[in-house]
Structure formats: C-alpha cells, structure tokens
Design a protein around this ligand. Structure first.
Ligand code: SF4
Ligand code: SF4
Length: 180
C-alpha cells in the first residue's frame, strides 16, 4: 500500500492537475450517462462495465478500488473513444482510463488475457502466432501465407516502453507463485 500512496494517480488528477486541461475536464462530469449509453462494452455487458462509474469513482478518489480491485475493470475498455466524442462536457475519458490502466500495470494488476497476448507479440511478433492449422485454413480460403514479422524490431520497440519490464516482472512473480 506504500507504493499506492506515493503514486496515487487519481488523487493526482484532482490535486496536482486541477488546473490542467485533464483535471478540469474530469471535474466537468455531471453524471449525465451519455458515455454509458454509447459505450459498446457497456451495451455488450448490459452495464456491468460503465464508463460513467469510472469517472465518478475517479472524481471521488476511489483509486484503490479502480487500480487494485479493478472494480469496475478499466481493462474492459477498448479505448475506442466513442464516449469521449459523445461527452457533452468534453471530459477526457480516454486519458483518465489510460492513467488508471498504467497505474494498475505498475502493480502488475493486468488481466491475464492481456499479458498473454502481449507476451505472444513479444515472443512471436504476433498476437496469434502462425500455426500449421491456421496456415492450412488460410490456404483453404485462398489467402496467402501469413507474413513474417520482424520480431527483433518489435522487441526493440517494446523495450523502449515499460511493457518489456512489466512482462518480465509478471513472469518472475508467476514462477515464484508456482514454486510455493
Ligand atoms: S458523458 Fe461526460 S459528463 Fe456525461 S457522465 Fe459521461 S463523462 Fe460525465
Ligand atoms: S473508450 Fe472505452 S469506455 Fe469509452 S466507449 Fe470505448 S470502450 Fe467504452
């Protein structure tokens, strides 16, 4: 919890960035629910995921719930930005969600589906690596062989971001848990 107090990104949205465009935009939310009615994930999950609730909780400083408990789970957001385009107050939902995701990633609090897929990209340069069964299916469909990727280039790019470091830390943590 010590790290959480130091980072406190949502409080930072309020306190440190109050006078910035982002802080001001967050405070402009008046709970109209336009974002929730247009969000494809909210519609698909029948409201279980709700961007309005995330903004509301962020505004009231529920950083532990948003970042550690992932309730609601910000990772369900596909970052399509429809909510932001529709928001009558111009709230920068995209940036708020991005900050919450980054903060939860710094606690290795990322849904397994995301890390598995990212790991595939790191290892093979593709989220879905080529397999004989896929290539056979492509052939049946008259598609060309799936193109090769420059894995080293991709790893180099990932190494320039915190992604590589976080993936390695998560791998280490998983190994430690298995060994227990
Ligand atoms: S659309 Fe904008 S103002 Fe309305 S609830 Fe969502 S974030 Fe708040
Ligand atoms: S950016 Fe996220 S919250 Fe906004 S509409 Fe798209 S999926 Fe929903």
């Amino acid at each position: 919890m010590e790290k959480m107090e130091k980072l406190n990104p949502i409080v930072a949205l309020h306190d440190e960035f109050t006078d910035t465009e982002l802080g001001i935009s967050l405070n402009l939310c008046y709970n109209c629910s336009t974002c929730s009615t247009i969000c494809p994930v909210a519609l698909e999950t029948e409201g279980n995921f709700n961007p309005r609730s995330i903004i509301l909780l962020a505004n009231f400083g529920y950083e532990e719930r948003l970042i550690k408990d992932l309730k609601p789970n910000v990772w369900d957001c596909t970052m399509c930005e429809l909510c932001q385009e529709a928001c009558p107050e111009g709230v920068n939902l995209h940036e708020v969600f991005l900050r919450i995701k980054n903060a939860s990633a710094s606690y290795h609090n990322i849904p397994k589906s995301y890390t598995s897929e990212t790991n595939q990209v790191y290892l093979y340069g593709k989220a879905v690596p080529s397999q004989p069964v896929i290539e056979k299916r492509r052939e049946q469909l008259g598609l060309p062989k799936s193109p090769d990727t420059e894995v080293e280039e991709i790893r180099k790019l990932m190494g320039m971001t915190p992604v590589e470091k976080i993936l390695k830390e998560i791998e280490k943590l998983e190994k430690q848990t298995e060994e227990k």
